[in-house]
Design a protein around this ligand. Structure first.
Ligand code: NDP
Length: 264
C-alpha cells in the first residue's frame, strides 16, 4: 500500500516540499505520496490527529506551526530539543516522534554541496529567530566556532547562553572581527533594509550563506561587493527534506539532481 506523508503550514500553496519528496520517491523507488495541507491557524493539533488516524506515516511542519509541533510530539530528538521547534514528525503507533532537520540540512549543504568544512571555522550567525534556533546545535556538532548577532541583541544573548562557548549580542560588537562563514538567518531579505555588517568582515575566501532563496537579498549583494563566495538557502531546503526522507524511509536520496531541477 502507498505510504502517505504531508507538509503542514499556513499558507502552504507555495511549498516546494511535495515536488522535492516526489522526486526523491521516484529516484529511490519508494512507494509514497506526499501532499501539502493547509492546517487552520487554530487547528494544528486536530489536523495532526486526523493524519495519524487517517493512515499517514508522518509529516513535515513549516511556518507557523514548528513550535506547536514541538509541543505535540511525545518524543523529541536532541536537535529538536535544542531548536525548541520541530519540522519532522513520525507517527509510530501511539508515539509522535519530533525531529528538526533544518540544521542538518544547512550543514550538509555547506559541507557536501558547497564543499567547505565547518570544523574550526569562525562562523557568524545573523538572527535569533526560529531558523537560528534550529541550526546552532548542528553547527556546533560540525565543529564550528560560533558568534550570534541579532538586531534585538538580548535575543542573541539568550540563544547563545544555552550553549557553551557561543557568543551572542548586537551587530555593534562585530567591528574589527572577521569570519570564514556568515549565515543570514534573518527575514531582512524580504525588505530592502541596510545590511548591519561592517566592511571587511569577510575573511579571505569566506562564504556568505543566505537561508532565503528565490531573490538576491541585500545581504548577498553586500557579500558579493566584499568579495565573498555566495550561496542561497535552496540547497538547505532540499537537504532538510532529504534528512526527513531518510528518517522516514531509511534511504538517503541523491540531492544534487533535485537542487538542479528546482533551480531550473
Ligand atoms: P523569525 O521571524 O523567527 O526571525 C526573524 C529574525 O530576523 C529575527 O532575528 C529578527 O530580528 C531578524 N530580522 C527581521 N527583520 C530584520 C531587519 N530588517 N534587520 C535585521 N534583522 C531583522 O524568522 P525565521 O527564523 O523563521 O526565518 C528567518 C529566515 O530563514 C526566513 O527568511 C526563512 O525563509 C528562512 N528559512 C529558510 C530555510 C531553508 O530551508 N532554506 C529554513 C528555515 C528558515 P529581531 O529579533 O530583532 O526582530
Amino acid at each position: 500500500m502507498t505510504d502517505r506523508y504531508a507538509v503542514l503550514g499556513n499558507p502552504i500553496s507555495h511549498s516546494k516540499s511535495p515536488m522535492i519528496h516526489s522526486l526523491f520517491a521516484k529516484q529511490t523507488g519508494q512507494d509514497l505520496c506526499y501532499e501539502a495541507i493547509e492546517a487552520p491557524l487554530d487547528g494544528f493539533a486536530a489536523t495532526i490527529e486526523r493524519l495519524r488516524h487517517g493512515g499517514y506515516q508522518g509529516c513535515n511542519v513549516t511556518v507557523p506551526f514548528k513550535f506547536e509541533a514541538y509541543h505535540c510530539a511525545t518524543e523529541l530528538s536532541a536537535r529538536a530539543k535544542a531548536a525548541q521547534a520541530v519540522n519532522t514528525l513520525s507517527f509510530e503507533g501511539d508515539k509522535i516522534i519530533g525531529d528538526n532537520t533544518d540544521g542538518a540540512g544547512l550543514v550538509r549543504d555547506i559541507e557536501q554541496n558547497i564543499g567547505i568544512s565547518l570544523a574550526e571555522k569562525n562562523i557568524l550567525l545573523m538572527g535569533a529567530g526560529g531558523a537560528s534556533y534550529g541550526v546552532v546545535l548542528p553547527l556546533l556538532t560540525a565543529g564550528a566556532k560560533l558568534t550570534i548577532a541579532n538586531r534585538t541583541a538580548s535575543k542573541a544573548v539568550e540563544l547563545a547562553a544555552q550553549f557553551s562557548a557561543v557568543t551572542g549580542g548586537g551587530y555593534e560588537n562585530l567591528a574589527e572581527l572577521q569570519f570564514d562563514v556568515i549565515i543570514n538567518a534573518t527575514s531582512a531579505g524580504l525588505t530592502d533594509s541596510e545590511v548591519p555588517l561592517p566592511e571587511g568582515i569577510f575573511a579571505e575566501g569566506a562564504l556568505a550563506y543566505d537561508m532565503m532563496y528565490g531573490r538576491e537579498t541585500p545581504f548577498i549583494k553586500f557579500a558579493r561587493e566584499q568579495g565573498a563566495q555566495v550561496a542561497d538557502g535552496l540547497g538547505m531546503l532540499v537537504e532538510q527534506a532529504a534528512e526527513a526522507f531518510f528518517i522516514w524511509r531509511g534511504v538517503r536520496p541523491d540531492t544534487l539532481p533535485v537542487i538542479t531541477a528546482l533551480r531550473g
